[in-house]
Design a protein around this ligand. Structure first.
Ligand SMILES: O=C(O)COP(=O)(O)O
Ligand SMILES: [Mg+2]
Length: 227
């Protein structure tokens, strides 16, 4: 049998320009084990991806702030301090940066995501004043202001438990610092070649290929290994 998967989305299942790579729709619909989509994006995004893959909606969103498995949603993070920090950042002239009708945060329940065009130094200064009650995570796609109490890895433990699978049975693939906690929980972890330094350091293996080229090759190998 193929191993269960914990898959990051941006940078891992995408092309360099941020589109979902079409090979996702070849490799994942019939994957013969649970697939957990574990992302920094808001909850509707991985749910929609699972839905259009024809797979169970087994997802971790908001960097572990929200988890959904077997039809049950767990909201694991508290947005109060992240929101207060971002208000303080805006009060000092910082911008969230997504423009009008911000769909990045519209459905976000436990954290705030900011455009990387924003003032990182100011954001980190304001976050530091919260004295450890928030952390700023740079995924390469956004700055996320989140509670340090939630992570994709912690949520993976919870989802694995609900699925009655040992967390170590999972193979995790990712590209950035928000995947390091998943890598620590899964039994086998891979960073795609475009991964940041934190993800590369945390992964068991850094793949030769980047983005979905790396992920697709690995998934093909894992599938063959399970046959
Ligand atoms: O939303 C982001 O910033 C990154 O999303 P990801 O965790 O799927 O890479
Ligand atoms: Mg990513």
């Amino acid at each position: 049998m193929a191993p269960p998967l914990a898959l990051d989305i941006d940078g891992t299942l995408t092309t360099p320009s941020g589109r979902i790579d079409p090979r996702v729709f070849e490799l994942l619909p019939d994957w013969d084990a649970p697939v957990v989509l574990a992302t920094g994006k808001a909850f509707p995004y991985p749910v929609a991806l699972a839905h259009f893959l024809g797979r169970p909606e087994t997802v971790i969103a908001e960097n572990g702030g929200v988890a959904h498995v077997d039809g049950e949603t767990a909201v694991l993070g508290d947005p109060a301090v992240p929101r207060a920090v971002v208000e303080a950042y805006e009060a000092r002239g910082g911008e969230i940066g997504w423009g009008d009708g911000d769909t990045v945060n519209r459905w976000r329940e436990t954290e705030v995501a900011l455009s990387r065009d924003g003032d990182e130094a100011l954001l980190r200064e304001v976050a530091a004043a919260a004295e450890g009650r928030v952390e700023v995570v740079d995924t390469g796609y956004a700055y996320h202001v989140k509670s340090p109490d939630v992570s994709k890895g912690k949520a993976l433990r919870r989802v694995a438990d609900a699925l009655d699978i040992a967390p170590e049975a999972f193979v995790a693939i990712g590209d950035s610092e928000n995947d390091a906690s998943t890598f620590a929980v899964a039994g086998e972890s891979y960073a795609v070649a475009n991964a940041d330094a934190t993800a590369r350091e945390a992964a068991d293996v850094v793949l030769d290929e980047a983005y979905m080229d790396g992920t697709a090759e690995l998934l093909t190998d894992l599938r063959e290994r399970g046959e």
